[in-house]
Each structure stands twice: as C-alpha cells, then as structure tokens.
Design a protein around this ligand. Structure first.
Ligand SMILES: Nc1ncnc2c1ncn2[C@@H]1O[C@H](COP(=O)(O)OP(=O)(O)OP(=O)(O)O)[C@@H](O)[C@H]1O
Ligand SMILES: [Mg+2]
Length: 253
C-alpha cells in the first residue's frame, strides 16, 4: 500500500481536482483505492456525492480500525472508496494534540488499512499545522499543485524550508504546474524560472480547462465525463508519472 497526499499551503490551487481524478485513474487502473477527504470543506466528498455518517464521533478517525472502516463509503466506481469529510475535521489539530503520538497518528492508523487498499490518496486542506505534519509523515509522496505565479513560488519555497528545518524528507515532495495558461506571460516566466531553480517538478502539467472547472456541475471526476479531451488526459499522464515514482519507493507500510 502506498499513500499519496495532494497538498499545498495555498488554497484554491487544484489539490482537490487532482485528488479526485487521481483516485479515479487509480481505480480504473485496477488498484483498490481509498480517497480520504481531510478537508472539512468536503469538496472531494461533494464531487463523489458521498456524505459522512451523521452519528460519527469526532475522534473516530484516528482511533480504531473498525471505526475507520465503518465510516468508509463506496463510490459509484469500482475499486474506489471514499472516507468523506466531517465538519469535526476542523478540530483535527486539537484532537491530535490530545493524542500520544501526535505527529505519527495518521501514519499509524493508515498502516492498518494495508490489506484493504493498494493506494490511499489524501485530499488535504490548505494549511501548515499539526495535521499537515501527520500528512508529511504518513505520505510516501506529496504532490503539490503550483499555479505559476510569484506568490505560489514563495509558498512552495516556504514548504521546502519547513521540511528542511523540521527534518522531513524533501524527496517526498513533487510539484506540478496547475491551471497554466499558455497565453499568460507571467505563467511562462515563472514556469521557466521554477523549473531551473527546483528539482522537484514533475513533467506533467495540468492546464487551465473549462471542462475541469465544470466538475462541480457534473459532480464526477472530469476523467469520467470528458476523458478524451486533451487537457483532461493530463491527469492520466500525472497518474502514470506518480505510479512510476511510487514503484521506486521502498515499501513504507
Ligand atoms: N485545471 C483547472 N482548470 C480550470 N479550473 C480548475 C482547474 N483545477 C481546478 N480548477 C477549479 O479551481 C477551483 C479550485 O480547485 P480545487 O478545489 O481543486 O483547489 P484546492 O487546492 O483543492 O482548493 P482548497 O484549498 O480550497 O481546498 C475549483 O473551482 C476547481 O473546479
Ligand atoms: Mg480542496
């Protein structure tokens, strides 16, 4: 089992769009896949038309395997399950803080799912807090969508610095350009400078696409309703690139 986190300190960069489509691509490729919606906004859960159990207690997520399994839902797609977001997720940090291994709790609980899933995808909220540190420990790979603008470059650098200062493995971080516009000069310049300044960029690029933007109307992964569109296929390319990287990583679970 491998764990991939879709993460950025910045909001609105394409983390959820990537999570949803990578999870779909993974299931389509025959992997038992679980998408965990860690964001109380619940956007991934919304796209997959899945709601959390009304009765679920706020601490279930990080405690016992049977409680975790009870809260996992099937989706409309074979081999794809969802752990929907819950509003109590807004208190993750307090919850984690009250637990013993507060930075490794997520890694520990996910390891209990190794017989059930080949790939777990974490759709993360935009933040850098205790939950994020749990994600950094739990994930084999952290993919970071970057809209090629000056501020995004700054936030990406902040993430790398945080990793360095806190002894997290920077090799886990792989960025990809998101919502790029070929007629945008700043995008072009930023892509060029970031590609030469950082070694963490994947080859795959997700361009701005109105088909992707319309996911909220369809409430499906864009790969499910517009898979033949050129710009949409880049999620499949991204998935294939991630699979190759994961194959090189020694098992951590
Ligand atoms: N490649 C794209 N082209 C056009 N629109 C996109 C693309 N990727 C994402 N979007 C749209 O941009 C908005 C933000 O995307 P998304 O929700 O995936 O970002 P996010 O990083 O998960 O945001 P948040 O930090 O709020 O969780 C959404 O409305 C989404 O439909
Ligand atoms: Mg999101």
């Amino acid at each position: 089992m491998k764990v991939v986190a879709s993460y950025s300190i910045k909001g609105g960069v394409g983390k959820t769009a990537a999570s949803v489509n990578l999870a779909y691509a993974s299931a389509k490729a025959g992997n038992e896949t679980l998408l965990i919606d860690l964001d109380p906004q619940g956007a991934s859960s919304f796209y997959f038309r899945v709601d959390a159990n009304k009765k679920s207690k706020k601490s279930y997520f990080f405690t016992k395997k049977n409680k975790l399994l009870k809260n996992i839902k099937g989706s409309n797609y074979k081999k794809l399950d969802i752990l929907p977001a819950n509003l109590s997720f807004r208190n993750f940090d307090i919850m984690l803080n009250n637990m013993g291994k507060s930075k490794k709790q997520l890694k520990q609980i996910l390891s209990l799912l190794k017989d059930e899933y080949d790939l777990i995808i974490l759709d993360c909220p935009p933040n850098i807090n205790l939950l994020s540190e749990n994600v950094f420990n739990a994930a084999d790979l952290i993919i970071v969508p970057v809209i090629p603008t000056t501020l995004s470059e700054r936030t990406f650098q902040q993430l790398l610095t945080f990793f360095k200062n806190n002894n997290y493995n920077q090799k886990k971080i792989r960025a990809f350009f998101s919502m790029t516009q070929s007629n945008n000069k700043l995008h072009k310049q930023t892509i060029q400078s970031m590609e030469s300044n950082y070694s963490n960029f994947l080859k795959s690029v997700i361009s701005f696409s109105t088909e992707i933007e319309r996911m909220g109307i369809h409430r499906e992964p864009v790969l499910a309703y517009a898979s033949k569109k050129h710009r949409v296929q880049s999620y499949r390319t991204l998935f294939n690139e991630i699979v190759k990287l994961l194959a090189k990583i020694n098992k951590s679970y």
